[in-house]
Design a protein around this ligand. Sequence first.
Ligand code: BDP
Length: 688
Amino acid sequence: EDGLHAWLRYARVPSASRHQGRLPSAVVTLNATEGLPVYTAGKELVDGIGGLFGKKLKVTVGASKPKGTIATVGTVRAFVDKNPSAAAGLPELVEDGFYLKVSKGDVLILGQNERGALYGAFHYLSVIAQGNVSDFTLTSNPDAPVRWVNQWDNMQDGGTHGSVERGYGGDSIFFWDGYIRDDLTRAGQYARLLASIGINAVVANNVNANASILTPENMDGLARIADAFRPYGVQLGIALNFAAPQLLGGLDTFDPLDKTVVNWWQGITDNLYKRIPDMAGYLVKANSEGQPGPMTYNRTLADGANLFARTLQPHDGIILFRAFVYDHRSLNQTLDWKADRANAAVHYFDGLDDKFEDNVLIQIKYGPIDFQVREPVSPLFAHLRKTGSAIELQITQEYLGQQAHLVYLAPMWKELLDFDLRVDSKPSTVKDIVAGKRFGQKLGGYAGVVNVGTNTTWLGSHLAMSNLYAYGKLAWDPSLTSTGILKEWTTLTFGYDKLVHDVITKISMESWPAYENYSGNLGIQTLTDILLGHYGPNPGSQDGNPWGQWTRADDDTIGMDRTVWNGTGFAGQYPPRSRPLIQHFYDAHYEGSAMAQTFVTQWQKLKGRIDKERYEHVLFRLIYQAGHSLVWRDSVNQFYFNKSSIADTRGRVGNHKYRIEAENMELKGYKSYRVSPFEAASGFHCVV
Ligand code: BDP
């Protein structure tokens, strides 16, 4: 159990032999072509029912009707062609949707398109894998058309071969040494996992894009990635470097309004579609964190996005243009908009709403800052009414413990999606805005940063995979519950044991609040080290840093002044709290880290109930997390205590009288040294 098959293990269900009669005994695929999703659906049904129930089925391709119960899978159109009279009884399906009817072992799975048929097959397999073989009928349509993932894979990066920016699960499964890998087996396996949760496109390369991805040789390689995805109905998207006409094309400009630039991009796009006729489109990060963009030439972001949109229109492609635009060099402490990085996105997109082409979507990070443990919903969702938007979530736990800490993210995403922005005083939940339901845009949806790598666990941690699962499920249907999704995932991943379920549910549901409390609560952000990859605590490194300016602390205050009397007024919308701010802050760090301690003992209850390999793998991380949460608690509390000189009313901060410092023990094979920043260790010392 190395994690490679994630939730698609097809492990034998309990009492499998008792259910044989309520299962199909043959599979019929309608108009299946090898390499396309309906064919894949047939294969998955055979593999799935074989693995789950030990029942061996055969696939028949249509014409002759096999005996016994049958699973029929295909598109609505193929089915209606063969059975015209059945058309009237079928429900309305939107793109990618499916219809599923299970009746005494006969199963009908129809997709609006081939992809939908495959989704229906995966759905049926997931239901029976959870032990449910009873009859049911289901019509399932996705809430939004765009359900993409973004990989931040580098083609080549300094001395590395194909690293993944903010990736914690190994090297890129796509790239090696500046080229596309010869062996794309993992790309296909990844597409299979993604299809099973309704994801329809993957942008394979980093948003900080390398122009060399567009050489003819690499375009050929990209076509091979698209080939590996196609059996699963997953389309390929490509992230572009805005300066590619200059960097790769040898032009002396990349001005989006220059004719030679426009022609250059049209040529690139046409060449890509020649190789990949079903390419999904582009993703662009412009004028952000040093990336080139239209503003270099005093053009608007809309001029930049429309350049690509127009080259894509003849091919039905779309462009996701990122709203993560800010000037990382401006440290402006006067009270204009620049004093708060949170203002940047709305500022830069102001006045552009009606300027974008129809095939442009604005991809907006969920909060106004940058994937922090707690952020308000980005206000930009309320400003775009003509142009569609997609919410960008981060499955990769960049600021949230990097998969070494357990943090189940579905509860956070649910809060964001259910948040009501009350635009024009009318119900305006974020999920309805991105689905295009609130303002009526045609395009909208979800983009998730998922940095899987070559590690067999995909993300570097077995439990982190619940986040990927939940992301796909919520993008399809944001009304699902966090616990419901978790229960499903746990059964598919670990089986049926009740205690396994209880423990995984408990620690997962407690994990986001715990992490928030022991790292950075009250929206003070996670206070991670800015230079060493956003992992451990180093609040001091964030002070005066224009990229972040997160701590917002001085001798008198913590955080940004958003009070009613001399700040932005935001705080006045909440009922007052009786506990002083700093005390809440201290307490929360103790509560969060105390909660993390319990994850270990909870997990230990599962010894012997799941396989040793995964048990140990997870246990190792949870023990580590318990320890590291203490380092977080003490470092951050001490930091603010030093700034404020306000004592903890419960006398804990800075007072560790029962603790034995490691450096005071008799050390064999260890050395003690002074740490920097000093508050990262009690007594200022560590042993190594
Ligand atoms: C930040 C990441 C950086 C990304 C950037 C982005 O640290 O690696 O390039 O976001 O989303 O959070 O563009």
